[in-house]
Design a protein around this ligand. Structure first.
Ligand code: TEU
Ligand code: CA
Length: 608
């Protein structure tokens, strides 16, 4: 039997503050803009909002570099605006999650400034400082170990002139890693990042890189996978360190439990399902749910390889940037996350997008003008029928696609990861012929067009007829240009155009959310069983309710190809009915590729 909780059937809508809605026309989204759209989010059927970081920050990594946990980034608003947002959400029966970024702070945080000021500083040990090592032959100064930052190919250590030591940063140099081994530091971090906000009424947190706080003892070198390179990928070594579970239990017991606050952890680099379970089984008393990376990593290797491709530009085959994976790979990844729930009390999430991922229609389906609405519907139906807590990322509900290459040049990409990819390829080809260099740059740009984080960060087009796609609609003609160039397709894909269109992606998403709410036992808490796993066109699965009023099965058939595909309806045995001779009644079966497919037909519980 499944343990039931409000947050398991919740639908959580992620907001990226800079790009959601600009209320005052300065070109940057803000908290007042979010409040003005709460009714829109509620009408979609979502009952929780998760805000990406809105804290004071120099914005080197769009707020994932926090300078003050207890202050709001001024362009977004004030603490009073946050209080209003929390109150207005609660007044609508909605809950609010904040982003908890505690692996690192900004280098502009007062604690780090104090830590780097002197080796004698009382906060020196709040970050991870180590002396240099020296090359035995040349005597050259080298970092304490060979770890490579997750952002690019450079060392995870930066030399500090003032105190003549290196500090560790798994991400950008402006994001120094916090020293979780120091008890005083850890408690101070809990107070400022969590308790401060719990007292103000937030309902929980999305926990950034939730498995990197505890570092391996002695900070050993990472295994050499890239001979010749000075630094090495260290992800498998630094993730899931020895004290991780202890820290998460401590947070839950001492900080979150008194407020009944919930958590969803961002759990990358943890492919082993047993390792995942340790974080999310109810018995562990750590996190309530996690984002697994299985699905969003599908087709991502072109981008990943480029980011790490060597000086001669070698890497995996990048010949065809339009075809990145076969459907069975995607289906297997979905299946891997679904089985987490089966047979025990762990829980997972359902998501295809977030602020680190390009748009799902472009990545997993077909974003051509002819097929993109059908693709958005297809992916909405898929997600509505998966077990776990459903997340929708802003703009996903209107079927936004990646910015097309011809209308969105490389200069429009502002994310530091994208810029590092382009700089890395340029540097690697500094001595290549112009022709080879141009080819490499074109290939890198194709990778950005497919997988860059920028696509999901483009300002939301609220109204295709208004200036800048209506991102700053409230300010009208006085609005400044948004911080990122508007979406080139804002005229065609925008909220206003979909609000009253029953065939739109938005209308379909609303129906899917309602459907999921109407059938929690069948869709949210049910067991997943894949059929026809090798089929390259169709995704076919059965959901089995394990209990409840709508005890039964549902067969889900999704056509990912652009053609009509003949489908042989499974018999009772393939559907998994105990009585193999049972006669199966199909209430209906419809293709989401047909824009006129009535939703009532899309889901038809089967009684055996
Ligand atoms: O992301 C962690 C993470 O794994 C990403 O760096 C991911 O590998 C990358 O985006 C793929 O291109 C979290 C946040 O979600 C991300 O926005 C931050 O940049 C990062 O942590 C550092 O805080
Ligand atoms: Ca603004």
């Amino acid at each position: 039997l499944r343990i039931k909780s409000w947050w398991k059937t919740a639908v959580i809508y992620q907001i990226y503050p800079a790009s959601f809605c600009d209320s005052n026309g300065d070109g940057i989204g803000d908290l007042a803009g979010i409040v003005s759209k709460l009714d829109y989010i509620r009408a979609l059927g979502a009952d929780v909002v998760w805000l990406s970081p809105m804290y004071d920050s120099p914005q080197v990594d769009m707020g994932y570099d926090i300078a003050d946990y207890e202050a709001v980034y001024a362009p977004y608003g004030t603490l009073a605006d946050m209080d209003t947002l929390i109150r207005e959400a609660h007044a609508r029966g909605m809950r609010v999650l904040l982003d908890l970024v505690i692996n690192h702070t900004s280098d502009q945080h007062a604690w780090f400034k104090e830590s780097r000021s002197s080796k004698e500083s009382v906060k020196r040990d709040w970050y991870i400082w180590r002396p240099a090592t020296y090359d035995a032959v040349t005597g050259a100064r080298r970092p304490p170990n060979n770890w490579r930052s997750f952002f690019g190919k450079d060392s995870a250590w930066t030399w500090d002139e003032t105190t003549q030591e290196y500090y560790l940063h798994l991400f950008a140099a402006e994001q120094p890693d916090f020293n979780w081994e120091n008890d005083t530091a850890r408690r101070a971090l809990y107070e400022t990042s969590m308790t401060f906000w719990l007292k103000r009424g937030v309902d929980g947190f999305r926990v950034d890189v939730v498995n990197t706080y505890s570092k391996p003892a002695g900070l050993p070198d990472a295994p050499v996978t890239d001979p010749g390179a000075a630094t090495q990928p260290c992800a498998m070594l630094v993730c899931n360190g020895p004290r991780m579970h202890e820290f998460l239990r401590e947070i839950r017991r001492d900080i979150l439990a008194p407020y009944n606050a919930i958590t969803v952890g961002e759990l990358g680099m943890t492919p082993d399902p047993d390792a995942v379970r340790q974080y999310v089984s109810a018995a562990s008393q750590e996190l309530d749910m996690v984002f697994q990376f299985d699905v969003v990593m599908v087709g991502h290797s072109l981008f990943g390889n480029l980011a790490a491709s060597n000086a001669s530009g070698e890497g995996k085959s990048e010949a065809d940037p339009t075809h990145h994976f076969a459907l069975p790979t995607f289906k297997a990844a979905v299946g891997a996350t679904q089985t987490l729930i089966a047979g025990n009390d762990a829980w997972t999430t359902v998501f295809l997008e977030n602020h680190d991922q390009a748009r799902s229609v472009s990545r997993f389906a077909n974003d051509s003008p002819r097929h993109r609405v059908a693709s958005a519907r297809l992916l909405a139906l898929l997600q509505a029928c998966l077990s776990g807590t459903q997340y929708i990322y802003q703009g996903q509900e209107i079927g936004l696609v990646n910015a097309p290459a011809d209308a969105y040049p490389v200069d429009n990409y502002l994310d530091l990861v994208s810029q590092r990819v382009m700089q890395g390829v340029a540097a690697a080809h500094a001595d290549s012929t112009p022709e080879v260099r141009a080819q490499a740059m074109a290939r890198a740009f194709a990778a950005l067009q497919y997988a860059a984080r920028d696509h999901s960060r483009i300002p939301i087009p609220w109204n295709g007829a208004a200036k800048y796609g209506g991102f700053s609609e409230a300010a009208g003609q006085l609005a400044k240009e948004p911080w990122m160039k508007p979406h080139p397709l804002a005229g065609e894909i925008n909220v206003a155009a979909q609000l009253d269109d029953p065939d739109s992606a938005l209308a379909f998403w609303r129906k899917m959310v309602a459907l999921r709410r109407a059938h929690p036992d069948l869709l949210v808490y049910s067991d997943y069983r894949a059929l026809r796993e090798a089929d390259e066109d169709l995704m076919v699965f059965v959901k089995n309710a394990v209990e409840g009023d709508d005890h039964g099965k549902v067969l889900v058939v999704l056509n990912f190809s652009t053609d009509e595909v003949a489908f042989q309806v499974p018999d009772a045995e393939e559907l998994g009915f105990a009585d193999k001779t049972a006669s199966v009644t199909f209430a209906s079966l419809a293709s989401t590729h047909k824009a006129d497919a009535p939703v009532g037909d899309v889901l038809a519980p089967l009684e055996g």
